[in-house]
Design a protein around this ligand. Structure first.
Ligand code: AMP
Ligand code: MG
Length: 348
């Protein structure tokens, strides 16, 4: 992959990145309607297509290398577009290499453990891309906005004092650092939706019968806490965007743009890992050559010793021939055009 492309992607996602150590005020710092100078949806769709292709290639290499794992954490308010983003961005990737996990209200078993337990148990393995549809960040978002959730977590008194959120930010940063140091990379995306676009999407879920299932009246009750959530998101972004696991605030009012950005941040991370197919040793290569000889000796009468190599050679010749014939045609056309032009000049 050319450095040029890597530079362009880095430049494209730069405005979305939360600078570690900076203080975020969502409403002032990030515009949910931003489309990064891409004027038309069709240009965005074209970009997404190329991003999906690159992701598929990187995912194959990541799996073959089996050294690094990648975890995409998607956070958003209701109707922010998490499900659609996952569906589109991962559409070209081998399902065997990806694991999507959604996190809901914690179960009794989960509440019997420390708050990071259920996230740790669902981490991707080496070679995998994991996706968290909601993540450990709910522990400083919904749990903070609705303190009832914290009460249900059965914490000792000393662990639920007023410093609980600052402590959780630190613990989350430390946990992510530990995982990063051990070969797991975080891609943290916040899909930033405007209040008006959320209203429109809720209404669509009510108006279109096939979308009714996606709507719950609880979603509207959550909407009443809009400002509390904006504040919780702002503080979370300020405290947990780190050099090793930075946050990206992705404008989400245009679904197509949110998908392009998410793919770009993922590709950017995979480019930095730059996974390679394992090198085959001299010894293995020698063994492969020996086995080839044995297999070729087994060819039945009339069959080529190596049908795959024969077909490849045949195709190669066909492509060469077709290239040559195209070139000849083009040369003839050019010559005719020149001849015609000369003719015109002399006759005028
Ligand atoms: P959905 O993603 O629409 O299926 O909804 C999942 C619900 O689970 C959302 O309302 C979240 O706020 C809620 N949820 C996710 N994680 C937690 C958590 N740690 N504590 C309490 N509620 C949570
Ligand atoms: Mg929901």
């Amino acid at each position: 992959m050319g450095d040029d492309r890597a530079d362009r992607i880095a430049e494209f996602i730069e405005p979305l990145r939360v600078e570690p150590g900076s203080t975020v005020r969502l409403a002032e710092d990030f515009d949910p309607g931003f489309t990064g100078g891409i004027r038309e949806k069709k240009d965005g769709v074209e970009l997404l297509r190329s991003g999906i292709e690159q992701l598929a290639d990187y995912q194959r290499r990541l799996a073959a290398q089996d050294t690094y794992g990648v975890l995409l954490c998607l956070q958003a308010l209701d109707a922010g577009g998490k499900d659609g983003t996952i569906r589109h961005v991962m559409s070209g990737v081998n399902p065997q290499g990806v694991r999507v996990v959604g996190f809901k209200v914690p179960s009794n078993e989960e509440l019997d453990h420390d708050y990071l337990w259920r996230y740790a148990r669902n981490l991707p393995s080496r070679g995998e891309i994991g996706i968290f549809n909601r993540s450990h960040y709910e522990e400083v978002l919904v749990v903070r906005v609705h303190p009832d959730n914290l009460r249900r977590q059965k914490l000792p008194d000393a662990a639920r004092g007023p410093d609980v959120w600052q402590r959780r930010y630190r613990e989350i940063n430390d946990w992510e650092r530990y995982l990063t140091d051990n070969g797991f990379r975080f891609v943290k995306i916040f899909l930033n939706l405007s209040k008006e676009e959320q209203r429109t999407r809720f209404l669509k879920r009510i108006d279109v019968p096939e979308r009714n299932w996606k709507f719950s009246s609880a979603d509207v009750r959550e909407r009443a806490y809009w400002d509390d959530y904006q504040q919780a998101f702002s503080q979370m972004l300020s405290a947990t965007s780190t050099q090793w696991a930075p946050w990206y605030v992705v404008p989400a009012d245009h679904k197509w743009f949110a998908r392009v950005c998410t793919a770009a941040v993922l590709v950017h991370t995979l480019m930095a890992i730059n996974p390679q197919y394992p090198q085959v040793s001299e010894e293995s290569r020698r063994q492969l050559a020996e086995v080839r000889e044995e297999l070729e000796a087994e060819a039945p009468a009339g069959a080529p010793p190596d049908p795959y190599a024969a077909e490849k050679k045949d195709n190669g010749t066909k492509i060469e021939k077709s290239k040559r014939s195209k070139k000849n045609k083009k040369n003839k056309k050019d010559a005719k055009r020149k001849e015609d032009a000369k003719h015109k000049k002399t006759s005028s």
